[in-house]
Design a protein around this ligand. Structure first.
Ligand code: NAI
Ligand code: MG
Length: 491
């Protein structure tokens, strides 16, 4: 199965990290094996950094911020650097897609879609860099008051393994457009495109120290980075529990944070909805990236009169879904690692044990390599709204269905988890579209559609346990800067 370049890219390569514009190994020389989730085999390695490496990277970013030229460069010049990175990603797109796909197991078309989104981030923030400005404020007679948007300084970005390149791009785009400098620590399971991006950033002309990458485990490199006193701001995407640890670490220095911590996002399907239009979207929202998506649509709430009809149609689609290696480009790839596969399999087993009906399950392709981390998609319904499956983030290809009585019941169910990231509303009733969109607690609400991870220009972030702060769009530029007010007394 599969003969794509993504099967051999980076074979045997010992990757280096990037500190102060140079490609360097970790000080200890220790390495982490890089495995392909499609067959479980080791194909490359990355440095395993610890506190001493973090120290060098943060000092480099500090110096680049404090001494310039980056933070003092005209905004348009910073934007041009990002635009050059856009062109370099385009030029190296096939390699980046292959690298991402082999490293994470995602189907190659998803890797390709991630390259497109990465380019969009650099395009958007490259253009936005010189279009954000402060205000003048009517104040007392004899005074002029104005505001500037100033960068925080050194930003630490700790990123996850599900969309490593896209999430890196949204951090780079917003942080660097505003004139911050960066130290990024990608996830130990998916660091390759971040390391490749550091090479491209050098080629794009970012000055040394503006964008540093250290690789290593969260408990060592990640912990040292988030607690470092020379870091001014921390942005994190990942699990709520690690988000708590990072906020506590940053709190020791009273630093600001942006937290994007996942969800349990509902899609509400009313009886008057265009069901044929909804069905493929409902399936894709949980199948995309094997369900390893913070904004995955993992709960579908269905109005009672159409429950059986929608459940049957979804079951038919789920039973046809096939998992296989990334380069076979089937419905889903393997999950990212053994722990994630076992976690998802554990949710499925526990749900079955609790008697929740398994309506349909996909299959693993018979030619999929033995050692891969495959998990066939599963559809459950009706799910008890208090079950673990209904409340916890599975982060895998598992969809739960819930019948509801009426609009009030739908809103109550939609809001009845600790999360609040994204929601979908399917109805032809215009007034109801507005009512429900306003009452659902979620950072993004899609009406008659759903965009898991989509829309670089759309502000994105959570309520409740899904986190705080906003990424993407113009709003991310506010998170990545602070307002300075200047008051002139001119009499
Ligand atoms: P994680 O949240 O622990 O890892 C994300 C990043 O944080 C990685 O770069 C990791 O090295 C780093 N990290 C871990 N511990 C740290 C610490 N103490 N200090 C600083 N950095 C630290 O996620 P993990 O363990 O890979 O996956 C566990 C679960 O998290 C998944 O099963 C899934 O449910 C959820 N998850 C959610 C994501 C999202 O986008 N919302 C992304 C990845 C995982
Ligand atoms: Mg990997």
């Amino acid at each position: 199965m599969g003969t794509h370049f993504s099967r051999s890219v980076a074979e045997g390569r010992a990757f280096m990290q990037f500190i102060d514009g140079r490609s360097v190994d970790s000080l200890s020389g220790e390495r982490i094996d890089v495995r392909s989730p499609s067959d479980g085999a080791v194909f490359a390695s990355i440095p395993a950094s610890t506190e001493a490496d973090v120290e060098l990277a943060v000092k480099s970013a500090r110096k680049a911020f404090d001494e310039g030229p980056w933070s003092r460069m005209p905004a348009v010049e910073r934007g041009r650097c990002l635009t050059r990175l856009f062109h370099l990603v385009e030029k190296n797109g096939e390699e980046l897609a292959a690298l991402e796909s082999r490293d994470t197991g995602k189907p190659i078309r998803q890797g390709t879609a991630d390259v497109t989104a990465t380019m969009r981030y650099f395009e958007f923030y490259g253009g936005a860099a010189d279009k954000i400005h402060g205000d003048t404020i009517p104040f007392l007679d004899g005074y002029t008051a104005l505001t500037l948007r100033e960068p925080h300084g050194v930003v630490a970005g700790i990123t996850p393994w599900n969309y490593p390149m896209q999430i890196l791009a949204r951090v780079i785009g917003a942080a660097l457009a505003m004139g911050n400098t960066l130290v990024v620590k990608p996830a130990e399971d998916a660091s390759l495109t971040t390391l490749r991006m550091a090479e491209l950033a050098l080629e794009a002309g970012f000055p040394a120290g503006v964008f540093n990458v250290i690789t290593g485990y969260g408990r060592s490199a990640g912990a040292a980075l988030s607690s470092h006193p020379l870091v001014d701001y921390v942005t994190f995407t990942g699990s709520p529990i690690t988000g708590t640890a990072i906020q506590q670490a940053a709190a020791v220095n009273n630093r600001g944070v942006t937290m994007e911590l996942g969800g349990k996002s509902p899609q509400i399907v009313f009886a008057d909805a265009d069901i044929e239009a909804a069905l493929p979207v409902l399936v894709n929202a949980i199948i995309q990236n094997g369900g390893q998506t913070c904004s995955a649509g993992s709960r579908v709430l269905i109005e009672k009169p159409i429950y059986e009809q929608v459940a049957t149609a979804l079951a038919e689609r789920f039973s046809k879904l096939v998992a296989g290696p990334h380069d076979a480009d089937l419905d889903i790839g393997p999950l990212v690692n053994v722990a994630q596969r076992d976690k998802v399999a554990g949710f499925i087993a526990a749900a079955q044990e609790a008697g929740i009906p398994l309506l349909a399950q996909g299959t693993v392709h018979p030619d999929a390599p033995e050692g891969g981390y495959y998990q066939p998609p599963a559809l459950f319904g009706a799910v008890d709204p208090q079950a673990a499956l209904a409340q916890e983030e599975v982060f895998g290809p598992v969809l739960s269905l819930f019948p509801f009585e009426d609009e009030a019941d739908a809103i109550r169910l939609a809001n009845d988890t600790e999360f609040g990231l994204v929601a979908g509303v399917w109805t032809r009733d215009g007034a109801r579209q507005h009512r429900v969109a306003k009452r659902v607690r979620a950072g993004q609400v899609f009406v008659n559609g759903y965009g898991a991870g989509g829309g670089v220009e759309l502000p994105f972030g959570g309520f409740k346990k899904s986190g705080h702060g906003r990424e993407k769009g113009f709003e991310a530029l506010f998170d990545m800067s602070a307002t300075k007010t200047i008051v002139f007394n001119h009499g």
